[in-house]
Design a protein around this ligand. Structure first.
Ligand SMILES: Cc1cc2nc3c(=O)[nH]c(=O)nc-3n(C[C@H](O)[C@H](O)[C@H](O)COP(=O)(O)OP(=O)(O)OC[C@H]3O[C@@H](n4cnc5c(N)ncnc54)[C@H](O)[C@@H]3O)c2cc1C
Ligand code: SF4
Ligand code: SF4
Length: 389
């Protein structure tokens, strides 16, 4: 969104994440980057009002109309995806019906197999190439400029993590033309991201060096648990997806980027439709290769109904209270965890994102376990964050 292209995203190899580098010779100090950056601040109250005309009902689900579980009726797609293939199916169907001219999606890079990149897919084949979650950092939002540069009247869908959707919604407040162009926001659920160090540790545990990797497919096949496919030295290795990540335990939460520790959005609260893994469907009904979803507005509702009527997806209603409770029990409540962490961030005058959300309570309970967890989180990850400006 920078008007003079003064911002570059470069990989910090020590931390395994992208960081922004601003060319001070080019920067004209317009402040747009601050206005659109979700790492600086997110006003959930304002955005909920603008997008949904109400405030969020649930600290885990945010603002919703209804929830569902389901899958793509294309079995090849369903079993090649992260969970139910819903995201890819919804994009293909939107393209087929002329709802969109393209979709901003993410693939692993052929020339740089451990790095993903995002691009605007304009054909069914290109959309299918993005199937599956990429468990590493992705600078999706640098492609917003490409969307702005497309032909007048063309419309797009975007797929992103909760933080990426926040950035896109903020950018749409600043740039009304962008808002007109993006007609469908599909958000993924996210407990936390994983830095590039996470993948490197998992590969190292199996004796695979970074420069030997030809390709990686993080998750596909029967889910849960799903499989991970690594091609190195012309040999394919298929590993149980959960076992692949066991290495994370050995390097601990260092593989979780500092920003993710300060994140309060589990379910892409600002998307039109949010989609997550089918753990709920599996644990409650023993169903495999399902995704779960949250419909947040009339755009999402009408779209899902249209694609269901065309028999491209099978979906079933899920009680929002049950899904929220499940997510909370399985993964904890990010907003609650953040309250405790914030205490230490403020105490030691560290930088942190400023959130405005009615669901962030000003008082926190005397819960020793959560205090200790927050202190550990703080000491492990946030000490390196630069002093508060
Ligand atoms: C880092 C990460 C953490 C996640 N954590 C959780 C979690 O805690 N709980 C949960 O329920 N679900 C989580 N998910 C979502 C889950 O893994 C699936 O992506 C989701 O269920 C959609 O499955 P699907 O089969 O419908 O999608 P598919 O049809 O497989 O499509 C996947 C889509 O996601 C996009 N995509 C993949 N990786 C990224 C990325 N890193 N950034 C932006 N876009 C991407 C692709 O472009 C593609 O369009 C996470 C995903 C990621 C990438
Ligand atoms: S202040 Fe404006 S010109 Fe400078 S980096 Fe940010 S967006 Fe670009
Ligand atoms: S935890 Fe939050 S900041 Fe980290 S990748 Fe997920 S949505 Fe983004």
């Amino acid at each position: 969104m920078c008007p003079v292209n003064a911002i570059n995203m470069v990989v910090d190899r020590d931390k395994g994440v992208y960081r922004t580098v601003v060319d001070s010779k080019k920067c004209v100090g317009c402040g747009v980057c601050y206005k659109v950056c979700p790492g600086h601040s997110v006003d959930f109250e304002e955005l909920n009002k603008v997008l949904f005309d109400r405030q969020a009902q649930s600290s885990v689900l945010g603002s919703y109309l209804s929830c569902f579980s389901g899958y793509s009726t294309d079995n090849n797609l369903r079993y090649d995806s992260s969970s139910g293939g819903l995201v890819t199916q919804l994009l293909i169907s939107a393209l087929e019906r002329g709802i969109i001219d393209g979709a901003l999606i993410t693939v692993m890079d052929d020339g740089n197999p451990l790095r993903p990149h995002s691009f605007i897919a304009r054909t069914q084949e290109e959309i299918i190439s993005s199937v599956g979650a990429k468990y590493c950092p992705v600078p999706v939002n640098i492609m917003l400029k490409e969307i702005l540069n497309t032909q007048e009247g063309q419309k797009f869908a975007i797929v992103g993590m909760p933080c990426q959707i926040q950035g896109i919604r903020k950018a749409e407040l600043v740039n009304k033309y962008l808002k007109k162009k993006i007609v469908l926001h599909l958000g993924l659920f996210c407990t936390h991201g994983i830095s590039f160090l996470g993948t490197l540790a998992a590969l190292k545990e199996r004796g695979i060096k970074e420069d030997q990797v030809q390709s990686i497919k993080y998750r596909f096949g029967d889910f849960p648990p799903g499989k991970t496919l690594i091609r190195s030295n012309n040999e394919d290795r298929i590993i149980n997806h959960l076992e692949f990540w066991n290495a994370l335990l050995s390097i601990g939460i260092d593989a979780i980027p500092a920003r993710c520790r300060m994140c309060i959005d589990q379910t892409s609260e600002l998307a039109d439709i949010s989609i997550g893994s089918g753990w709920f469907a599996y644990k409650i009904n023993n169903q495999i290769n399902y995704s779960v979803g949250v419909i947040r507005n009339t755009v999402g509702k009408a779209f899902i109904q249209e694609i269901k009527s065309a028999n491209k997806i099978d979906i079933f209603p899920v009680d929002p209270g049950a899904l929220a409770l499940f997510e909370k029990t399985q993964r904890g409540d990010k907003k609650n965890k953040y309250q405790y962490l914030l205490f230490f961030l403020k105490l030691f005058a560290k930088k942190y994102p400023v959130y405005r959300s009615k669901l962030l309570k000003s008082e926190i309970k005397m819960n020793l376990k959560l205090w200790l967890k927050a202190l550990n989180f703080y000491l492990m990850g946030c000490v390196n964050i630069k002093e508060k400006e």
